[in-house]
Write a protein that binds this ligand. Structure first.
Ligand SMILES: NC(=O)N[C@@H](CC(=O)O)C(=O)O
Ligand SMILES: [Zn+2]
Ligand SMILES: [Zn+2]
Length: 401
């Protein structure tokens, strides 16, 4: 196992816990750290040790990211490039990225917007429509820059109006070509039927669309994006590992639907699929911290201008790029599963996509840092997740002392 957890301990640190609770946690903790698999160094005596103060992990990738374009792209890209080596870039621009030619242009725009010296690599996607051709899939594969095709059911989420109206009815030849090209289908898994309750849209999508799709094309590689329910966990686990996987966002791991209404309507906690009840949150936390290889990091970081969030018909999407790694670390630590964090952030994604794991490392230090209340760009403002809060794990590029 490759996770390197380094605990440098100050006896005065406020989070002191006996070493034994870290190495041999009591239930429901699942941390099992093999003695040969991590470095545990202490400045104080071993007996006075605590929870780890520093984690060194393989540099993560973000397998679900919205970068937008223009001024917003320039403002948000450095936050992703700082922590992530690669990202699957969502194609729901206005107009959407429906062709390889457009994906190539968009990729160049992203590369031009990168901070000097950054080696961040955007992995492009195509926006599937009722009229996408099988030929386009061949072109996409040949290009070497398109890594997946994204299914937005028409009307399901932000900029999905050009999405698919009937996946099996309209897109079967394209999907068959994707099987041949081993091109994954990334799925926004919600039905748009107005008679279906908003909170049930993921569950009903699995029943009506995803299960029949997997049955029809069992070899198609599918990522169920931003899962939110126990139903999705059960579905993913009923499918073959290597063929069906899921990304999980920080907000769906940390928040339940109460967060939408705490002390008044909270537009910055609104995203799609909408936050669910606590039992669902617990189910996805258990799933990702179990060590299953079917789950990987996908922030779904989705910036919208503050004015578009705080208005009478607010946009769906949470901007999490600057805080996502800190928040994932928090989730895994709370579950007593810090030893499983690296596989989720850095191994399971590339393994599923058939890409190499990253070579470089990133350090997460236990060092309180205050999230800015807002980020400004051009004439606008973006409010990040955890705006103004103090988070515990600070990611940095710096090597260990
Ligand atoms: N998640 C969201 O609430 N919004 C995303 C779209 C999406 O991923 O569904 C966006 O592009 O803003
Ligand atoms: Zn989505
Ligand atoms: Zn998204």
């Amino acid at each position: 196992m490759q996770v390197a957890i380094t605990a440098t301990v100050s006896p005065h640190h406020p989070h002191l816990k006996p070493l034994v609770s870290f190495l041999r946690p009591s239930p429901p903790h699942r941390v099992r750290i093999h003695p040969l698999s991590h470095r545990l160094t202490t400045r104080a005596s071993a007996m006075a040790s605590s929870a780890p103060q520093q984690l060194t992990i393989t540099r993560p990738d973000d397998w679900h990211l919205h970068l937008r374009d223009g001024q917003v792209l320039a403002a948000v890209l450095p936050h992703s490039a700082m922590h992530f080596q690669r990202a699957i870039v969502m194609p729901n621009l206005k107009p959407p990225v429906t062709t390889t030619a457009r994906a190539v242009e968009y990729r160049e725009e992203i590369l031009r917007a990168l901070p000097p010296g950054s080696s961040f690599t955007p992995l492009m996607t195509l926006y599937l429509t009722d009229t996408t051709s099988p030929e386009e899939i061949k072109i996409a594969r040949k290009s070497g820059v398109v890594f997946a095709v994204k299914l937005y059911p028409a009307g399901a989420t932000t900029n999905s109006q050009d999405g698919v109206t009937d996946i099996l009815g309209k897109c079967l030849p394209v999907l068959e070509e994707m099987v041949r090209q081993e091109m994954p289908l990334l799925v926004h898994g919600e039905v748009t039927d107005p008679h279906v309750d908003t909170f049930d849209r993921e569950k009903v999508f699995i029943e009506r669309i995803l299960a029949p799709l997997v049955q029809r094309l069992p070899q198609l590689k599918i990522v169920m994006e931003h899962i939110t329910t126990m139903d999705a966990v059960n579905f993913v686990e009923s499918c073959k590992e290597g063929n069906v996987a899921a990304t999980v966002t920080p907000q769906h791991l940390l928040l339940n639907r109460n967060a939408l209404f705490q002390g008044g309507l909270q537009p910055h906690n609104y995203c799609l699929p909408v936050l669910k009840r606590e039992t669902h949150r617990q189910a996805i936390v258990s799933a990702v911290t179990s060590g299953s290889r079917q789950y990987f990091l996908g922030t779904d970081s989705a910036p919208h201008d503050k004015r578009m969030k705080e208005c009478s018909c607010g946009c769906a999407g949470i901007y999490s790029a600057p805080v996502a790694l800190s928040l994932y670390a928090k989730v895994f630590e709370q579950a007593g599963a810090l030893d499983k964090l690296e596989a989720f952030t850095s191994f399971n994604g590339p393994d599923f996509y058939g890409l190499p794991r990253n070579n470089s490392k990133i350090v997460l230090r236990r060092s309180g840092w205050k999230v800015p209340a807002t980020y400004t760009y051009g004439g606008g403002v973006i409010v990040p997740m955890s705006s103004g809060n103090t988070l515990e794990w600070l990611p940095s590029d710096q090597p260990e002392e």
